[in-house]
Design a protein around this ligand. Structure first.
Ligand code: NDP
Ligand code: PYR
Ligand code: MG
Length: 552
């Protein structure tokens, strides 16, 4: 009957008839075979002619191109996901470069902003402070009992868009679709979660269509006990699941990472995944320019989760190259909403303290660039326009190849555009951005800017962790993920300005990252799966392919 490998992740009782057609995990739509239609009670419920998957893809693409806005394309693709997951992932895997900006940043940001207005059908699990004491029961309502990857948000810092409350659910949904498309994690192993603790967004508090709790965010012990209850509920229901914390406000993100990283299998993507992709970008530049990481001086615009997360991993990478922690930290400088982070400043948040160097206070970013003469500026401020013409020109005066990363999302929040970076540096900038930019034609050359986004990292890390059942996710895994990603950048990528491998290679890149992560899990004694003879083959053979299975 049903393929054994598939059965492992299917619900026990196999539906028939309308129930089967309405089950997005199993539905094949017009591609159900003649035998399946007879055996599974589908005759008459579908148009008579049987389509191949290729024909279905053609129909989907026709519909997709008929949509006149990116948001409509997003709505269309999510509706397909609601009807037929296999077809959705087929289309996504085959058109990843084109569709990533729709199901992920920047369009997912717009979808979150409009979430309560474009809402069709719930996806994932909503846990709410109102249901305190019942989180475990709530997780029992999820139909798949073999969950291995959970992405959770509390909606406080959605991309660079701020507090969107439960409307942030688009982010866990989008991130998990990348686990599936980019690293072949089976869809039924994935669970998106949003925890509703209120919202401080005044518009949402007064929007009659908003469907989260319309009061100020819960803070302090009450908040912590909700998160703790959720963690316990996951342990009871899905004991070996990896939990990815996503888009939490930084008042909670750093604390929760410290609290849970050695207790459960978790990581914070904005702190650690971002760090790894940014470090990979720097490693790739080092290869391109034959320079050393330890020769770099980096000035960050933004000193939050992404910024100090990147700083911390760079420091570890420099230490691995022989620098002392103190010397490595002095290579990283931070500029936040109040100016340069220096020793004399009062009330600095804990995550900034390692970078509060002895230096005069500066409250103009351009002046900080002139004074510190960095080799790289990294934008993680969540605010647009921070890298002005004069700042980029100054970087180009100081450096032959200035490194300019504008990592804030979505596109509207990027510190500068790709065109600005190339134009204002006379085509010498090494540029990457968090959200994609189109190729830029300037100075008789075409530049293909790379996307410095944690999407290059978390799917592969997750695959390595899940396949080995690693008990924790460690810093070494993110360091090694960065090295592996950088090693996949070819001379061709370099020559047209891209410091990341093309997205069309992402499944292979993720498998390579997963292999290194798995090796570390074994080396560090964290893996709970017996080490197979051929680890690479073991990982790749477990990657989900969106093709229809035969049910009869
Ligand atoms: N490309 C990628 O893969 C990723 C990109 N990001 C993006 O990075 C951005 C920041 O995220 P995250 O670090 O988590 O957010 P946080 O809220 O943790 O940090 C934001 C930081 O930016 C600073 N800041 C805000 N406004 C300004 C300003 N005008 N000038 C200088 N600094 C400013 C804040 O200062 P203060 O501390 O004083 O408040 C804070 O230090 C977001 O846009 C997010 O989308 C995040 C993760 C991954
Ligand atoms: C990419 C990402 O995780 C962010 O912008 O928050
Ligand atoms: Mg994020």
């Amino acid at each position: 009957m049903i393929d054994n490998k598939y059965l492992e992740v299917l619900p026990f009782s196999f539906p028939t008839g309308v129930q089967l057609v309405n089950d997005p995990f199993l539905n094949k739509g017009t591609a159900f075979t003649k035998e399946e239609r007879i055996a599974l009670g589908l005759r008459g419920l579908l148009p008579p002619r049987i389509n191949t998957m290729e024909e279905q893809v053609e129909r989907v693409m026709g519909n997709y191109y008929s949509k006149t806005s990116d948001l409509e394309k997003y709505i269309f693709l999510i509706a397909l996901l609601d009807r037929n997951q296999t077809l959705f992932y087929r289309v996504l895997a085959d058109n990843l470069e084109e569709m990533l900006p729709i199901i992920y940043t920047p369009t997912v940001g717009e979808a979150c902003r409009e979430y309560v207005h474009i809402f069709r059908r719930p996806r994932g699990i909503f846990v709410s402070a109102n249901n305190k004491g019942h989180f475990s029961e709530i997780l029992r309502n999820w139909p798949n009992r073999n969950v291995k990857v959970i992405v959770i948000t509390d909606g406080e810092r959605i991309l660079g868009l701020g507090d969107l409350g439960v409307a942030g659910m688009g982010i866990p949904v989008g991130k998990l679709s990348l686990y599936i498309a980019c690293a072949g994690i089976h869809p039924s192993l994935c669970l998106p979660v949003t925890i509703d603790v209120g919202t401080n967004n005044c518009e949402l508090q007064t929007d009659p269509l908003y469907f989260g709790m319309q009061h100020q965010r819960i803070r302090g012990d009450e908040y912590d006990s909700l998160i703790e209850e959720f963690i316990m509920a996951v342990r009871d229901n899905f004991p070996s699941a990896l939990i990815q914390f996503e888009d939490f406000g930084n008042v909670n993100a750093f604390r929760l990472l410290q609290k849970y990283k050695d207790r459960i299998c978790m990581f914070n993507d904005d702190i650690q995944g971002t760090a790894s992709v940014a470090l990979a970008g720097l490693y790739a530049v080092m290869r391109m320019n034959s320079t050393e990481l330890t020769d770099q001086k980096i000035l960050f615009l933004g000193a939050g989760e992404a910024g100090t997360g990147i700083g911390d991993l760079i420091v570890s990478a420099m230490q691995a190259e022989g620098l002392s922690q103190e010397d490595a930290r002095r290579k990283c400088w931070f500029y936040d909403s109040k100016g340069l982070v220096v020793k004399d400043r009062e009330h600095l948040a804990e995550h900034k303290l390692p970078y509060a160097h002895e230096h005069k206070y500066i409250c103009d970013f351009e002046e900080a660039v002139k004074e510190l003469r960095p080799t790289a500026i990294i934008g993680v401020s969540g605010t647009a326009g921070g890298f002005t013409r004069s700042i980029i020109s100054e970087m180009a005066k100081i450096n032959e190849k200035p490194i300019i990363f504008a990592l804030s999302n979505p596109t509207s929040n990027a510190e500068c555009t790709a065109k600005e970076a190339y134009l204002w540096s006379e085509g010498r900038a090494v540029f990457a951005s968090g959200s994609p930019f189109e190729p830029v034609h300037l100075f008789g050359k075409t530049f293909y800017p790379g996307q410095g986004n944690n999407a290059y990292i978390f799917p592969g890390v997750g695959l390595g962790v899940v396949t080995t059942k690693s008990r924790h996710v460690t810093e070494e895994m993110f360091l090694e993920a960065a090295r592996t990603l950088a090693s996949q950048v070819s001379e061709d990528d370099f020559s047209c300005g891209n410091i990341y491998p093309p997205l069309r290679n992402i499944r292979d890149v993720s498998a390579r990252i997963a292999l290194r992560v798995a090796e570390i899990a074994y080396d560090q004694g964290l893996a709970e799966v017996l080490r197979p003879d051929d680890l690479d083959d073991f990982i790749r053979s477990r990657m989900y392919e969106p093709v229809y299975k035969n049910y009869v």
